[in-house]
Design a protein around this ligand. Structure first.
Ligand SMILES: Cc1ncc(COP(=O)(O)O)c(C=O)c1O
Length: 429
């Protein structure tokens, strides 16, 4: 007998919806499909031979320890090397305030576990990283969404929202932000806004979760210090990852936080996975210790910077007027706004028939009614040739979708006129 296990499922998972992106990824197996949908690094950048060499060296020198459980906080030399790297980015931290995690996605879960009670409000940008929304939703968070402009979350609106939330008796505990090259919109928060954000956190007593997976992937302009660099009250929890600068398959990320916050996160992590894969940590450590990570970042930046240019050229060439997109200075995504009356869901159906895929922008909004005419395009995974061909197909799908909307509105207008004429004739007769 079929069973939906409704009696057994916890209340908190009953409301969870499968991510549109995960569902879409299943469709991408169709042969010949060109995908701008995923958020995958390009495998061309993975240093397979170097990792093989490192694994061989680690297992030869210290095999039994590399294959053993480790302490929850992480492999001490890796924590040290990460602390050192953070210093170079403008964040001075002792190694004891660094926790190694199983992909930075784990930080979202740990922050949820440690801070979020049902209905607690998390402030997010609108749009924001989809898996942060799903991650906090597991803990039954509520959201306060603040729109973005080219400088990320709109600071002019934020303070007002904080005041309103306080008045409603639900001041937020946490603000989640991706200040560098926001996934999905590619925008970057300038330094003055980062400082202001820390001031607001202090004035309105909330914490900031600063998610920075893309900070090293800057193709244009100069590095901006993390929000954490301006934090002298321990309110900023900073997270980053080796996924985009080495390999996502290793599942190694890190968090830098105040000692008390970190202590609670360590306890929460113990019950999640005991520790992050020691072998993966050892690989990441050797990578840093041998000075290989910076040349690797340079290599990735060269490839992705070139792909971004191919993408922008293709957008200019193939997209009709009426579309807007934000030119990112780094990261992996291009965010496109379609004309108001074009629904990116209808466009996706049309695009898939032409064997090209993207992610509907609405997936990245806490309120699924928002962002209907937006889409996210990944430019790091397809080859240069496929980017151009994919945009040619997508441009044609967009054109057809816009024309079909005109036809429909012209049809509706004609019908309206005919009805009006009919009405006036009836009135006369
Ligand atoms: C904004 C953002 N945060 C966190 C992650 C998680 O990365 P990982 O768990 O591989 O470190 C990603 C991955 O795409 C991301 O885009």
């Amino acid at each position: 007998m079929a069973n939906n296990f409704n009696r057994q499922f916890a209340e908190r998972v009953k409301e969870l919806r499968a991510s549109d992106v995960r569902e879409l990824l299943k469709l991408l197996q169709v042969p010949g499909m060109i995908s701008f949908a995923g958020g995958f690094p390009n495998p061309e950048t993975f240093p397979v031979d170097l990792i093989r060499q490192i694994v061989d060296d680690v297992l030869t020198k210290d095999g039994p320890n590399a294959l053993q459980y480790g302490i929850t906080e992480g492999y001490a030399p890796l924590r040290e090397a990460i602390a050192d790297r953070m210093g170079k980015k403008g964040v001075d931290t002792p190694k004891d305030n660094v926790l190694v995690v199983t992909g930075s996605q784990q930080v979202i879960d740990l922050v949820g576990k440690v801070f979020i009670d049902p209905k607690d409000v998390v402030v997010v940008s609108s749009p924001t990283y989809l898996a942060a929304l799903t991650g906090f939703s597991v803990y039954q968070a509520g959201y306060e969404s603040v729109p973005i402009d080219k400088e990320g979350i709109r600071m002019d609106l934020l303070e007002d929202r904080m005041k309103k939330m306080g008045k409603r008796g639900r001041p937020p505990k946490l603000l989640y932000a991706v200040p560098n090259f926001l996934n999905p919109a590619g925008v970057t928060m300038p330094e003055k806004n980062r400082k202001k954000l820390v001031d607001l956190a202090s004035d309105y007593d909330f914490l900031i979760l600063e998610d920075d997976p893309y900070g090293d992937l800057r193709y244009i302009g100069i590095h901006i210090r993390p929000v954490k660099a301006f934090d002298d009250e321990g309110r900023v929890i900073y997270m980053s990852t080796f996924s985009k600068i080495l390999s996502p398959g290793l599942r190694v990320g890190w968090v830098v936080a105040d000692a008390e916050i970190l202590r609670r996160m360590v306890i929460a992590k113990q019950s999640s996975d005991v520790c992050t894969s020691v072998l993966s940590q050892r690989i990441a450590h050797e990578y840093l210790a041998r000075g290989l990570v910076d040349p690797q970042i340079e290599k990735i930046k060269k490839i992705y910077g070139r792909k971004l240019n191919v993408m922008l050229k293709g957008m200019d060439e193939f997209m009709p007027s009426g579309l807007n997109w934000i030119k990112p200075e780094g990261g992996m995504f291009l965010w496109v706004t379609l004309p108001e009356n074009v629904d990116s869901g209808d466009l996706l159906t049309r695009a898939l028939k032409k064997k090209v895929a993207f992610v509907q922008g609405k997936a990245f909004f806490a309120d699924p009614k928002d962002g209907r005419n937006t889409m996210r395009l990944n430019f790091t995974h397809p080859s240069d040739e496929l980017i151009t061909e994919g945009l040619r197909r997508l441009g044609s799908a967009v054109n057809q979708e816009i024309i079909s909307k005109w036809d429909k509105s012209a049809e509706a207008e004609e019908k309206q006129m005919a009805d009006a004429v009919k009405g006036s004739l009836i009135g006369k007769s």
